[in-house]
Design a protein around this ligand. Structure first.
Ligand SMILES: [Ca+2]
Ligand SMILES: [Zn+2]
Length: 376
């Protein structure tokens, strides 16, 4: 064989192997394992079944709540909420380069380049990087007119000297100079804490101990917490609030049972405590994370969503959904878990649409390999 035909042969061979390997990989990722964990139905609390929905329902929904994938392997939060009159954004992580994924998504729904409400829960990169850009990198404040911005009342020690925080303040100041109304969460609880967001819904900024006395050692506890409610339906967002903050939250506020709870702190073992869950008794729980990632720990059970989180939530619901899945952190491989998760109220009915699938966490292949469902 000549050198040329040998190299053509090698190329073609490599191409076929590549196609075959890719196909085998896809089949591997998509094939459900047969040893799915058996679940005893009496574990559950008689939640209404959520109706799986289709994309068209989003435009008919009174409210839609979207938990977004962030375009990289890093865990972070970004929640977009749409009513008939308002576009609301709670956080924009995980990194400044997530803004591309987030804005591509938002632009499908935001018709006037205006976000009526923006909430920045706390000064951690995985929540506010998308607001804290500089130079040519456009952030949320550059791309959208943000009408009302509500952010954290305080930060941990030393935070205000960091470069990211200063970028955030620069962008926020510019947005305020351009006409935005700005409140800290403490301003809200001392003044106006309820905002009419249309479709009969109210955004209520909840009271939290750490607005008044910032947690100087744990930034997560400085999270802005809010409830979206129309009296019948309730949706709770607590940022990365930790168990001690949750204990204060339930004493400072009269919390209702909730239809939807954004898992605190990405499904960490230090949030979604019994004290909170016993009060809110969630029907559906959405986790913003890249599941099974070693970003924060190599201890499997403590990787988001953690085993302790599963144990705590399982008492109330098996309807747990997760945005993204980490395949290989070191080699930058990640994919969708449920994908972009959209929870909706359509004429009083809770509906769910996900860009990848609506498989419950406990029925997933990842769960069978990495978590167990409690049996009592
Ligand atoms: Ca708007
Ligand atoms: Zn976080």
């Amino acid at each position: 064989m000549s050198k040329k035909s040998l190299s053509i042969f090698v190329c073609v061979f490599a191409f076929i192997i590549g196609i075959f390997g890719g196909f085998a990989g896809l089949v591997y990722i998509n094939t459900p394992k047969t040893d799915v964990v058996e679940i005893s139905e009496e574990v559950f609390y008689g939640n209404d079944d959520i109706v799986s929905s289709n994309l068209a329902d989003i435009s008919n929904a009174d409210i839609s709540i979207h938990f977004l994938e962030l375009g990289n392997k890093y865990t972070g939060d970004c929640t977009y909420i749409k009513t008939e009159t308002c576009d609301i954004l709670i956080d924009c992580g995980s990194k400044s380069n997530s803004v591309a994924a987030v804005s591509n998504y938002l632009n499908q729904y935001v018709e006037d380049e205006k976000l009526e409400y923006v909430i920045v829960t706390h000064a951690h990169q995985d929540h506010y990087a998308g607001f804290a850009t500089s130079g040519k990198t456009k952030g949320i404040f550059d791309l959208y007119e943000c009408e009302t911005v509500i952010d954290f009342a305080g930060t941990a020690a030393g935070k205000t000297e960091t470069a990211l925080y200063q970028k955030y303040q620069t962008k926020l100041s510019a947005e305020i100079a351009a006409g935005a109304t700005h409140y800290t969460a403490l301003d809200c609880v001392n003044g106006t804490d309820e905002f009419d967001i249309g479709s009969g819904y109210t955004l209520k900024i909840l009271d939290s101990f750490f607005y008044h006395t910032p947690d100087l050692s744990n930034e997560n506890n400085n999270s802005v917490c809010c409830l979206i409610t129309n009296g019948a339906k309730n949706y709770l967002f607590t940022g990365d609030l930790e168990a001690d903050g949750e204990a204060h939250l339930v004493t400072l506020n009269t919390l209702p049972k909730v239809d939807l709870y954004k898992a605190g702190h990405h499904g960490s073992k230090t949030s979604s405590s019994e004290a909170l869950l016993n009060v809110i008794q969630p029907k559906v729980v959405c986790v913003c994370c890249c599941a099974g990632s070693s970003e924060y720990t190599t201890v499997n059970a403590n990787q988001f969503p953690t085993q302790i989180f599963v144990n705590n939530v399982a008492k109330w619901t098996d309807k747990i959904y997760v945005t993204s899945l980490c395949l290989d952190y070191k080699n930058n491989k990640y994919t969708s878990f449920n994908g972009n998760i959209v929870f909706m109220d359509v004429d009083g009915e809770n509906k769910l649409w996900c860009s990848n699938n609506t498989t419950k966490l406990k029925d997933s292949e990842w769960f069978a390999k990495n978590r167990t469902w409690p049996t009592t």
